[in-house]
Design a protein around this ligand. Structure first.
Ligand code: DAH
Length: 345
């Protein structure tokens, strides 16, 4: 009986459990293909007696719809399963860029200088920025009439002390030498980084606020040769092993003998260029053997101990290292300038 056949097919179709595209396609061909079950049944439908036609026709349509629905549902299920297997996010995509600040070039250079000297036993010492005459001038052997004491050169704090120990903004970090020696007996081996202040007109080459690093080494039998070797080590670490140094006699009240140190030009390697004004040399620091008067003023026996000192400007070293032409750029906080140093350290 055709009716039973159709009813069996309806049950069978409901239970089709195809799980791949091929299996679904095979089921579709089996039922809806040219030589498939549906066409076969429709052919047989012609032989159905007229009084049964209505019922069989409805059943045939039901079978056809059941087949179509089943195939659609199976296809959907497969599509959903495949989508579930796809990762929702593309984990290979690069992250959104987050713009971070960069370390200021003066900070980088200060840190580098500290690192170099710490490798040969120097530790960091600090002192106040608001100082007094004793620690900035008198204890460092500046005579009373020295021009540095002039208001033209130094920022004094008004209504300072009446005993002549004026209060002022330190003009150099050499004051930290005095403070260290006052509280500590040798051996002393310190570097003192810090901000200093001078009453200067601001230009490409001068500023009223800048940074220095002072060095001090006091022990028995410290010689000028120790000074020279320490500075040579620093220069080779900072500017490269092929850099040369040259010491020229100079004068500072707190050292005797005193010298200024040049390095072979970092740009032209001593050939002569605009940066070194065609001399092949660049001045980078002042130094010398600590004057016995300075040791005595700070309570250290100059017959037992000797030592050397040096002082350098951080801005100057950074200018040479990064070829910065105008000192003011360090303080303007122009993001285009600062960005160049992102990733330097
Ligand atoms: N204090 C000096 C200055 O500001 C730099 C200096 C020179 C420091 C010679 C020293 C030194 O310790 O020995 O120009």
């Amino acid at each position: 009986m055709i009716k039973d056949i159709i009813l069996q097919h309806i049950e069978k179709v409901k239970n089709i459990s195809a799980t791949t595209k091929e299996e679904i396609e095979n089921a579709r061909i089996e039922y809806l293909g040219k030589k498939g079950v549906m066409n076969d049944l429709f052919a047989k439908f012609k032989e159905v007696a007229p009084e049964e036609r209505k019922e069989i026709g409805i059943l045939l349509n039901e079978l056809k719809n059941t087949v179509q629905n089943k195939i659609d549902t199976l296809k959907e299920t497969i599509a959903e399963q495949q989508e579930a297997l796809q990762p929702k996010e593309d984990f290979t995509k690069p992250a959104n860029a987050v713009s971070l600040g960069s370390i200021h070039p003066l900070t980088t250079v200060r840190k580098e200088i500290i690192d170099i000297f710490s490798r040969i036993g120097f530790t960091v010492a600090e002192g106040p920025e608001i100082e007094d005459d004793w620690h900035v001038f008198s204890a460092l052997n500046f005579p009373p009439e020295h021009p540095a004491r002039d208001m033209q050169d130094t920022f004094f704090v008004e209504n300072g002390r009446e005993d002549g120990n004026d209060v002022l903004l330190r003009t150099h970090t050499s004051s930290v030498q005095v403070r260290t020696m006052e509280r500590q007996q040798p051996p002393i081996r310190i570097i003192a980084p810090g901000r200093v202040f001078r009453n200067e007109a601001i230009s490409a080459r001068a500023h009223c606020i800048f940074h220095q690093i002072e060095g001090l080494y006091i022990d028995k039998n410290v010689s000028f040769a120790d000074l020279k070797q320490s500075l040579l080590y620093f220069v080779k670490e900072m500017f490269g092993t092929d850099t040369k140094i040259r010491l020229r006699p100079s004068y500072f009240p707190f050292t005797e003998p005193s010298a200024e140190m040049d390095i072979s030009c970092t740009i032209c390697k001593g050939e002569g260029c605009n940066i070194c004004k065609h001399t092949g040399w660049l001045e980078i620091l002042g130094c010398g053997m600590v004057d016995p008067n300075v040791l005595e003023a700070s309570g250290i026996d100059s017959k037992v101990y000797s030592g050397f000192a040096f002082g350098m400007g951080v801005e100057r070293i950074a200018m040479l290292k990064y070829d910065v032409k105008d000192l003011r750029q360090y303080f303007e906080n122009d993001i285009r300038f600062l960005n160049q140093f992102a990733g330097v350290i």
